[in-house]
Each structure stands twice: as C-alpha cells, then as structure tokens.
Write a protein that binds this ligand. Structure first.
Ligand code: G3I
Length: 546
C-alpha cells in the first residue's frame, strides 16, 4: 500500500506476509519469489569471477555474508557481448520478431549487444500451432535465421506452459489424447530446429506454491498429474539428444518457499533419471526489493550441486514500485542489474543471462498494466544506468557497500543498540536471542535509524536461527514513520529457517522518499510465539555502483 498520494510517498509496498513480495512475471506481486559449457556462441565453460564471499569494506561478522566477491573489475568492454565473453558467459535477449522486422535500430542493437536470443513468443505452442493439424513456422524460422545471421545462439522457449498453449488443447481431452498432443508437439518442434537451437525451456512455470498441490493447476496438471513434467523432458531428450533441456521458473531467485519447492521437485525428478540439464531463474524483479548477491549465489549453487547449469533467463527490473524521481529509480535499477550479472559472473554454474527485452520501448510490461522502464535502453535507445550496471557486473565489479547503518551489528558490544520487541532479549555468544516472544511480530529491534537511511539502494544481511519444533519464516522488516504520522512496513528480507541451523537472512531494497523520515527501525520477527529467535552478524549498508 503506497503512502497516501500527494503526501510523503516514501517507498513501495514490500508488504508483510510471511515472505514479503517480489514482482512476478504476471506483473503483480506475489509471495517470494550455474557454468558448465554451453554450445552458445558466447558461452563457454566459465571460471566465473574470482569467487565471492566476504563483503568488500566489511568484516565477516557484520553482514559480510553479502558476498561481494569478484576481482574488483578487470578489463573493459564496449558492449555487453564483450563483457559477458570476458566472464565466459553469454548475454541474451528475448527477440521480438515483429520489432526486429519493423525497427532497424532495434535490429542493430540486438546484433551488437547480445550473443544469444530467446524468441519471445514465436516458438510457443499457440503461435506455432493455432490449429490441431497445422503449424505456422514463419516467425520461428525468421527468429532462427536472425540469430544465425548475427552469430547468436538460440534458446527455444517454451514447449509446455499453462499460458499461450493452443485453444484446441482442452481439459476435456483424455490423458492419452493430451499426452499424444504434447509428445507430437515436442517431437515436431524440436525436430525442426535440431542442431540450430542449443537449449529449450521444456517446461515453464509448473510450480505455484499458492495452490493446494504446489503445482500450477494447468490443464496438463489437471489431466495428467505432475508426471507430465517428466514425460515432457523424456520426449524432449529423444527429440534432440544434443539440446540442453531447461526447467524455467518465475520467482525462484531468492531462497524461499517457491524456490525450495522447485528445488525438491527437480531433485526428485533427477533422482528418477529424468533428463533435466538446466534451470532458468526468470528474474523478473522489482528494485524495491530483490535477492541479495549472497542469497542469489547460494541459490544458484544449490541447484548447481544437483548437476544443473543455471541461467538468469528473463531479467527485467521494474522501477515504479519505488516512488521518487526517475533519476533515483534508474540509479537503484543500475545497482540491481549489477547485482544480477555479478551473481552469474561469479558463479561457475551460471551459463549466462538473458534480458527479457533490452529497450523500454518493447517490453511485455508495457502491455501488462503500468508501463514501466524495466530494461537497459530507454525508449529512444539511449543506454540507461542499468546498462552500465549490467556491464560492470559482468566485469567483476559488484556494487560497493557503504558503512553499516546499524550499531553493534556483530553484538561485540553486548546488546548495545538492540532491544527486545515484545520479548526478552539476552546475549548468547556473538548473537542476540529473543525469548518469551509475544507473537509473530515479536523479536528484536534496532531503533533510531532515520538519520542513517539515505534514499537509494541498500543491502541487508544477517544470520538467524530459530529454536522450536518446525520450520519458521523469519522476516526483516523496516518500519518507518513519516512527517504526516503515516507509518510503512517494508519486508526487506525473509527466509524459512530450519530449527537449530543458522541461515542467511538477506536482501536488497530500494528506498525513495520525498521528505525526511521522522523515525525508522529495523525489526527481526516472524516465527510463532513459542519459538526462540537468535540473530547475529547484522549489516544494513547503502549500495553504490562503484
Ligand atoms: O500475436 C498476436 C497478434 O496477432 C494480436 O494482434 C495481438 C493482440 O491481441 O496479440 C498478439 O499476441 C500477443 C503476444 O504477446 C505477441 O505480442 C499476446 O496477446 C500477448 O499475451 C503475448 O504476451 C507475451 C506473454 O509472455 C504471454 O503471456 C509477452 O509478449 C511475453 O514477453 C511474455 O513472456 C513470458 C514468458 O514467455 C514466460 N515468463 C513470463 C514472461 C512474461 O509474462
């Protein structure tokens, strides 16, 4: 909920909820949402950056888990394509074939800046097969021709998805009929582009943690159950044994309920011998709140440990959830893009990134409610700060951290600066622990932060531990008061914590406000009343591009 219009609009709703919110591909906000070699022309097995861990400018005990590794940036590059190649990654874009046909500047920049393309719509089931017995290959063939003319690799998108599938598919089909249709589509489409398309998004967005089953309740799930996912990958492997087969998902960049469900689902499929080679973190983010470098890298690593390559497959960074002028929003967006490409450059299992378009002129977001400026070039094809951020990230220059805004973040001065929040607070080694908590909004708090919080991008990191009987979600909430007495809560980080284990609670958030705060405090809270909550190594720092 935005602060009242015309008043001191502070910043966007992060809005509470157990996991806060990230923008999702549907344009709304909903709950939370590595490099092997690839045959892409710009991609190769990568050594990534020089490894992460240990924040620049901070000791490891006060938010050091932000993991600003990297070598501080080496070399220079005139294009994203050059910068990504220096990091051993590819940099791709969704290809809007209609824009390419009609807009020479679009075509020129696409060729110059990117070494991979993903047809934005042309290779989806509905555009390819509008009727049950005909295929229309025109746009898909032209997209492949464009990529090859530009010496760009191609990622096919997407074979099985609950959206943009033909209307002649229906839930009234028998399981056998639907399986037959799926198998035929996969074999026909992959067969046509065999040897030209290096990788395919075989299944897209099959997870919906808001549903009872945890799966997206599509016609595929309704008619066939979750086994349709394994079937699709097995048919895909047969159709083109050389192509990398990806599972692609929205809102799984941060470690949380959706990425955990996806992790368990993919692990089980791999255990059953299902041929999955990679996972796409779509990365439709919003600059008011998005995963920290440390959290994103840990998430990439855990999927990599399953033997998968990872890609950030549909990057755009909405800005309008952050009030404030365009220059502020674009400055914060630059840091967001820098963080995303840094994460990929630093993680060997990340094969590359794809932006879901590159100019604000052509973005699906413009047709999805409020037109935003979520990409790298503005509507006149001028490079935005976001472009520089993306370039810097590839060159091993993650965003720079400022001073810790919190007092005694490492509890080296006992409990100085901290208070119990409807709880008893005690020191336990290098941690502060809240017990006898009154409820989910009880925990610990650090007040008087208004003077330390400038507008712009900020990084929060800490470690938390819960002692109780079951998993509990811990939230970091920034509570602020405005001059007109209105207060706002921004969920800046959220993590499901297993009892007894220290886990990273971290995130980035944007602050934009039009007048001084009157008060700001950081609350660490979330679990039920009977859970003891411990906190250590806390850092909240301003982020800048250099
Ligand atoms: O091609 C028709 C055209 O003939 C017709 O005149 C026009 C007006 O109705 O519609 C055109 O189709 C549109 C298509 O884009 C091509 O422009 C569809 O209506 C429109 O819904 C479709 O939107 C696409 C959207 O997926 C569909 O859900 C966006 O361009 C595309 O960027 C978006 O991409 C998805 C990824 O595939 C999966 N991850 C999320 C991401 C964002 O939603």
């Amino acid at each position: 909920m935005l602060v009242g219009v015309g008043s001191v609009a502070l910043f966007a709703p992060g809005c509470g909820g157990s996991e806060g919110t990230d923008a999702t591909s549907s344009g709304g906000v909903s709950s939370d949402a590595g490099s092997g070699s690839s045959s892409g022309s710009g991609a190769a097995s990568s050594t990534g950056g020089t490894g992460g861990g240990g924040a620049s400018g901070g000791s490891s005990s006060d938010g050091g888990s932000l993991g600003f590794g990297g070598d501080g940036g080496q070399g220079s590059a005139a294009t994203l394509r050059e910068a990504a190649a220096l990091a051993g990654k590819y940099v791709g874009t969704a290809l809007d074939i209609v824009a390419h046909r009609n807009d020479a500047t679009y075509a020129e920049i696409l060729a110059q800046e990117f070494d991979e393309v993903t047809p934005e719509n042309a290779m989806k089931w509905e555009p390819l097969a509008p009727t049950a017995d005909t295929y229309d290959w025109e746009d898909a063939d032209e997209s492949a021709d464009v990529a090859e003319a530009n010496d760009q690799s191609i990622k096919g998108h997407t074979l099985v998805w609950h959206l943009q599938h033909p209307t002649w598919l229906s839930a009234s089909m028998t399981p056998e009929e639907l399986r037959l249709a799926m198998q035929s589509h996969i074999e026909t489409t992959m067969g046509r582009y065999r040897g030209r398309v290096r990788a395919w998004d075989v299944v897209n967005e099959a997870v919906d943690v808001a549903s009872a089953s945890g799966y997206t309740e599509s016609i595929f799930y309704e008619v066939l159950g979750p086994d349709y996912i394994a079937d699709a990958f097995r048919w895909a492997r047969e159709a083109d044994p050389e192509a990398l087969l990806f599972y692609n998902e929205v809102g799984i960049e941060r470690i949380g309920a959706k990425s955990n469900f996806t992790y368990e689902m993919i692990s089980a499929l791999l255990e059953d011998g299902v041929p999955i080679d990679g996972i796409g973190f779509q990365s439709h983010i919003s600059i008011h709140r998005y995963p920290s470098l440390g959290n994103l890298r840990s998430n990439i690593r855990r999927f990599a440990d399953l033997g998968l390559v990872v890609s950030l497959s549909e990057i755009d960074a909405r800005t309008l959830l952050l009030p404030g002028d365009r220059d502020l929003r674009w400055r914060v967006q630059r840091v967001a893009m820098q963080q995303l490409t840094s994460a990929c450059a630093l993680e060997p299992a990340c094969e590359g990134v794809t932006f879901w378009g590159f100019t604000d002129n052509y973005s699906w977001i413009n047709d999805d409610g409020d037109p935003d400026d979520a990409l790298l070039f503005d509507r006149s094809y001028q490079k935005k700060p976001a472009y520089q951020g993306a370039l810097d990230g590839f060159l091993g220059r993650p965003p720079a951290l400022g001073e810790n805004a919190l007092e005694n973040g490492d509890f080296s001065a006992g409990l100085d600066g901290w208070e119990g929040l409807d709880a008893d607070l005690a020191l336990s080694g290098e941690a502060g622990c809240a017990s006898a908590r009154a409820g989910t909004t009880a925990g610990m708090v650090q007040t008087d932060l208004a003077a330390a919080l400038a507008e712009g991008a900020h990084a929060f990191a800490a470690e938390v531990r819960v002692d109780g009987s079951e998993e509990a979600v811990v939230d970091a909430i920034l509570v602020v008061e405005l001059e007109d007495g209105t207060s706002e809560e921004l969920n800046i980080a959220s993590v499901p914590a297993e009892p007894g284990a220290w886990v990273e609670l971290s995130g980035y958030f944007g602050l934009g406000f039009e007048s001084p705060l009157t008060s700001a405090e950081l609350q660490i809270r979330g679990p039920a009343a009977d859970v003891e909550l411990c906190l250590r190594g806390v850092g909240m720092r301003p982020l800048s591009p250099e």
